[in-house]
Design a protein around this ligand. Structure first.
Ligand SMILES: C[S@@+](CC[C@H](N)C(=O)[O-])C[C@H]1O[C@@H](n2cnc3c(N)ncnc32)[C@H](O)[C@@H]1O
Length: 285
């Protein structure tokens, strides 16, 4: 559901930034070109393309272990992209996962890939806005979000909405890019082409907003150094070599090279930092 004026316009720009129009066919062709058999795929085969955040599947597994995710838990993945993290949580930990995302094409691709790897009984996707989640209060054991809040201006409303759909004592798991002390971000970056769709906040502001929304922070980890190591490796491996068929370039489109270079520069110049945060919904006083 769209709200009004500025927000609706911003959401349209975010959707248009991520929409490729032919993403499913590109991903399927890339899988075949990478030598994968489409009728015998496992979720991990998709990891080079479906984990759209720094440090990919490794970061997802780290966050899942940090919150002690267990079989049968209900998880809401906010900004689920093409569904890699949701499928990973279902396949590796036996969770039931609902993913919501603003970008219609991503939800369509997420559903198709989930069907392909046989996880549809555990994982479903809906096209919805993180500020207006289509769920009743207290629905989930876990709310999970990776690299999504950067696109959302109304962060106070976002964290209040996450709190609302969690059961009391439920867990919030965050892996996000935040503002460093080095100044404005160099654009384009994978999540945005400019300040009209990029809304980074500092770690201090994130802490304050989470506490105001009714969370108690349980872990607070700066993972920027690990991100830097990962990015330098990506660039070293890439150096001069052809792009592999299966990778995040399929999601980022033609600006892939410049986005990747900018991302590394932003990290090196302390313009962005990476945080893994876990928090618990406090019971009402
Ligand atoms: C960089 S991608 C990350 C996708 C996924 N979390 C992952 O790590 O693979 C950011 C995602 O956030 C989604 N997004 C941005 N603003 C949103 C909003 N207001 N509500 C729901 N999804 C949103 C975008 O459509 C995009 O799929």
């Amino acid at each position: 559901m769209l709200t009004c004026g500025k927000t609706a316009l911003c959401e349209e720009k975010v959707r248009s930034h991520y929409t490729r129009h032919d993403l499913l066919s590109r991903v399927l062709s890339a899988l075949e070109n990478a030598g994968k058999n489409l009728s015998d795929l496992c979720p991990a085969d998709l990891a080079p393309v479906d984990e759209f955040h720094i440090r990919g599947r490794k970061a997802t597994l780290e966050l899942a272990h940090a919150i002690k995710l267990g079989k049968g838990m209900s998880v809401l993945d906010v900004g689920s992209g093409i569904g890699g993290p949701s499928r990973c949580l279902a396949a590796e930990f036996g969770c039931r996962v609902d993913g919501i995302d603003l970008t219609e094409e991503y939800c369509h691709v997420a559903g198709a890939l989930t069907e392909l790897v046989g996880l549809s009984p555990l994982v479903t996707f809906h096209c919805a806005d993180a500020l207006h989640m289509p769920y009743p209060d207290g629905e989930f054991d876990v709310v999970w979000t990776q690299h999504t809040a950067m696109n959302i201006f109304e962060k106070d409303a976002l964290y209040r909405e996450m709190n609302r759909v969690l059961r009391p004592g439920g867990v919030l798991a965050i892996y996000d890019i935040l503002a460093g002390e080095g100044g404005d971000v160099h654009f384009p970056v994978p999540w945005s082409r400019g300040l009209d769709t990029s809304f980074l906040i500092t770690p201090d502001n994130l802490r304050r907003l989470l506490e105001e929304a009714g969370f108690e922070i349980t872990t607070w980890q700066d993972t920027t150094d690990a991100a830097l190591v990962w990015f330098r490796n990506v660039m070293r491996t890439r150096n001069g070599a052809d792009i592999r068929p299966l990778g995040l370039h399929l999601l980022m489109g033609d600006d892939f090279e410049v986005m990747t270079r900018n991302q590394l520069r932003n990290l090196e110049e302390d313009r962005i930092v990476l945080y893994q945060v876990t928090a618990v919904k406090q019971a009402p006083a």
